[in-house]
Design a binder for this molecule. Sequence first.
Ligand code: ZN
Length: 225
Amino acid sequence: MVAPATTPQRAIVEYWVRQAVYRRLGTHLPRTAAGPNPLVVNVSARHCHLTPEAVEVLFGKGHTLTPWKWLYQDGQFAAQETVTLIGPRSRVISNLRILGPCRSFNQIELAYTDAVALGFDIPLRLSGNIEGTPGCMLMGPAGFFELKQGVIRASRHVHMHPADAEFYGVKSGGELKLRIGGPCGLTLDKMLCRVDKSFKLEVHVDTDEGNACNLQPGTQCELIR
Ligand SMILES: [Zn+2]
């Protein structure tokens, strides 16, 4: 099954228009518009990454994830499938979205607000670094799956192509700041840079961070040192 193609994000269209206008005017691009790629900022709502084995336990033998919405990073998608998360005090989050494709480990990414509602104490971790983190129970239409560990708040980060990293003067594992405009504007420090040839320039913040500054599709954002 093929998920519908997504329309370009507003930030990308604005980037194209800005480049075209400045070219027409014959003037130099301001630094905010001169990067090799448009800066896309997306808010990641709570979600989970699962192994193929966990998907089979939750949805039935032989079940594979069905793409529902393609994400900005190539090949990544929000699946049609969702699960119910059961926390330590039997409080639940229903319709927790699964992101695909499947991974080699199970991980659940929540905002602190989600964790407070569940009665969890969760650590701030880099995606994939889940040693010693709390676990939880998941429920799907075909069964229960227990995670021994893997519930985290993911560190805010920016996916960068090497060309972006060079433009912004950072290396993989380095940090930038994200300056967010608008009436609730703020600057987020410690934006971890993840550099890979397969990445498109994209910031991932969670719903707590997005809501704190009322981040909208048209909000002006800038990566700074
Ligand atoms: Zn990310």
